[in-house]
Design a protein. Structure first.
Length: 517
């Protein structure tokens, strides 16, 4: 049985080893950060496809992920959080110097930095508290939501709060949602209170992760009453969209320099803000191009290794490959050479169906059990049906609750029932079947007159279905079983059976049914 807690702790450890936040892991897997939180606390398990994606992301096998085994070579040492980090690690000082060089050419150069650090800065540089108080009103005159969105990932929450609150009358619902990740909860709540009539479902969905549950509940009710919000939000700043998670990776590295530069830019005018933004764009574009060339070279190296059949080298570099088509090519060639175990160890989810067919034919159920999680849903169903055909009820009992059986649970359950594997049939009915499939299994028991087994299923069946079965038993004058299961029937069926009892003149049945009217 898979232990949710063990899997959750493993995911958390692997994520932390990669210096990723829960939000970053969620974005990489295209899930919500709440889902990641549930996995790591053991409240839920990822689905099969997401488990496969996790093994590829962290470069481990499915077995290691599910058993909580993190290889030492997957415990990463400190390194840059992303390819963008190195060229912009000191971006704060860099941008600050741009502003200084434009508007304070008389200021000392880098060689005099130590002396400047010791000297008190002038009022024009916003270090004096009395001058800092002027930032908000002056920023209000120059406020541009798009420019601020470009800088917000690099700023402290306090600075973002100060500017947003000074300009709250100018904000649209879209602006509030856009800045939600960068503002404090208190600031966000104040902005929403002043603009509550503008909040709709889409905006609420975007800000909900950053609010208290009580406020989300209240806003949801308000949104339901008010319908769509009045004003449309403007376009999201291009920097935030373009560099996405890379900005989050390095934002904490940038530090106070950018915040200081932005304050100066807001004070000195729009041209400076444009200059700061362009400087950042240039650095990011350069880093992005550098990364693109590096990715192309790594892909070429992997293609050459595949051509030369350097399987050990490929195994060590597969975690770095992001090109799905290249991964499929590697798996196809390895499978074609009979290297099925290698594929399963290094390319979870790319197993050749020939491997699975051979394992079924050979009765290698231990191997199938170890790897069944790595296969697509239809392949899991194929394996389960093969196990039922070979009456391997023990294997199915072990894995039935862990694999995908949505389309064949009734077939397997009925087969188990007919083979007298009734504990397994009940297990599958309880954990794998939908209501219609459970009724198919119950029909088998009723048709066989097996009300002992029907009794085991009663708690899983709907009152309407049970009422239908009992009505048929009443028509067959089987009032004994009607009396046994009448507590589980729906009211309409009880009334129909009462009519049948009256028509028969069966007063014992009438009295019994009258108690349930």
């Amino acid at each position: 049985m898979i232990d949710n807690i063990t899997v959750g702790k493993t995911i958390a450890r692997l994520r932390q080893n990669k210096n990723m936040t829960q939000q970053q892991l969620a974005a990489a897997l295209n899930v919500s950060h709440q889902a990641v939180s549930k996995w790591e606390t053991g409240a839920a398990l990822p689905d099969v496809q997401t488990l496969m994606a996790l093994t590829r992301l962290f470069g481990i096998t499915m077995e290691q992920l599910l058993n909580g085994e993190v290889p030492e070579d997957r415990v990463e040492t400190a390194k840059p959080a992303s390819p963008f980090e190195e060229p912009i690690q000191n971006i704060g000082n860099f941008v600050n110097n741009i502003v200084d060089s434009i508007f304070h050419p008389e200021k000392k150069e880098a060689g005099d930095e130590a002396q400047d650090a010791e000297a008190p800065e002038s009022a024009a540089e916003f270090e004096d508290a009395s001058v800092q108080s002027e930032v908000a009103p002056q920023a209000a005159e120059l406020f541009d939501a798009q420019r601020l969105s470009q800088m917000a990932p690099f700023m402290s929450k306090e600075a973002v709060d100060e500017i947003l609150l000074a300009n709250k009358a100018k904000l649209t619902a879209g602006d509030i949602a856009r800045f939600a990740p960068f503002a404090s909860q208190e600031c966000l709540e104040e902005l929403i209170k002043d603009n509550e009539s503008l909040i709709n479902w889409e905006t609420l969905r975007r800000v909900a992760p950053f609010l208290k549950r009580e406020m989300v509940d209240r806003l949801a009710k308000a949104a339901a009453d008010n319908g769509d919000f009045v004003k449309k939000s403007g376009p999201v700043g291009i920097n935030t969209e373009d560099i996405g998670r890379a900005v989050q990776d390095v934002s904490q590295k940038i530090g106070a320099g950018v915040e200081k530069a932005f304050r100066k830019a807001a004070k000195l005018g729009g041209d400076v803000a444009d200059g700061v933004s362009n400087a950042i764009n240039g650095i990011v574009d350069s880093a992005r191009e550098k990364q693109r060339r590096a990715d192309a070279l790594r892909k070429a190296a992997c293609e050459r290794a595949l051509q030369d059949e350097k399987w050990d080298w490929l195994a060590s570099h597969i975690p770095e490959i992001k090109d799905e088509e290249l991964l499929r090519q590697i798996a196809q060639k390895a499978n074609g050479m009979g290297m099925h175990d290698w594929v399963l160890d290094n390319l979870n989810g790319y197993a050749d169906t020939r491997t699975i067919d051979a394992a079924i034919e050979a009765g290698n159920w231990g191997w199938l059990g170890d790897h069944v999680w790595q296969f697509e849903d239809d392949v899991q169903e194929k394996i389960a049906l093969a196990a039922a055909e070979k009456e391997n009820w023990q294997w199915l009992s072990t894995y039935a609750e862990q694999i995908y059986l949505d389309n064949c649970a009734d077939k397997i359950g009925i087969a188990a029932y007919k083979a007298q594997a009734r504990v397994l049939a009940t297990q599958i009915a309880e954990h794998c079947m939908c209501a219609e499939q459970r009724e198919s299994l119950a029909n088998e028991a009723v048709a066989a007159g097996d009300f002992d087994y029907f009794r085991q299923l009663v708690g899983l069946l709907s009152p309407a279905y049970i009422g239908g079965v009992l009505t048929a038993r009443a028509q067959a004058q089987d009032w004994e079983h009607v009396g046994e299961f009448i507590d589980h029937a729906d009211q309409d069926s009880v009334e129909k059976m009462m009519e049948l009892a009256i028509a028969e003149g069966n007063f014992d049945a009438i009295d019994m049914l009258d108690e349930h009217l």
